[in-house]
Design a protein around this ligand. Sequence first.
Ligand code: ADP
Length: 160
Amino acid sequence: MKVALFPGSFDPITEGHVEIIERGLSLFDKIIVAIGVNANKKYMFSLEDRMAMLSATFGKENRIEVDYYQSLTVEYAKTRNIPFILRGLRAPSDLEYEQPIAYVNQHLNPEVEIVCLLSKPETAHISSTVVREIIRYNGNLQKLVPMSVIEYILKKKLQF
Ligand code: ADP
């Protein structure tokens, strides 16, 4: 079975992430969407909220598993025996950011293969950063994040 890890902060998950994950499902049998917890990073959503939003988004898809880890991404991939790391590229700046990380990851774990998919033009403008800004000012999140995220924020009455 071909398994890939899709790591990220998912603060929160966006339609950009969903689009890459859905296309990833045509390449891999299973995708593990996992939140890499970085103790030095400030997040808008707690780990619990981000995990809940991932579960609400992918709960019904049995080829997707959600998880989190508090180690290096390659270490997590190694312990779980995951041979592929999936990433999404929106623009050349994403590649500039991804390339050195990919080289270090392959140095640390030569068995891991990093697979990057180019985002669709329709979702290339979406980032969690822009989404967080819109949330702060109570803007319209439709088509930027999955409905499950909008419903979660409303249901939990999250205030920012
Ligand atoms: P990180 O903190 O690792 O950058 P993110 O949650 O921001 O985590 O992103 C996870 C992955 O999703 C990264 O590979 C990122 O480039 C990709 N990604 C984010 N937004 C989009 C988008 N709109 N289209 C395609 N890929 C995206």
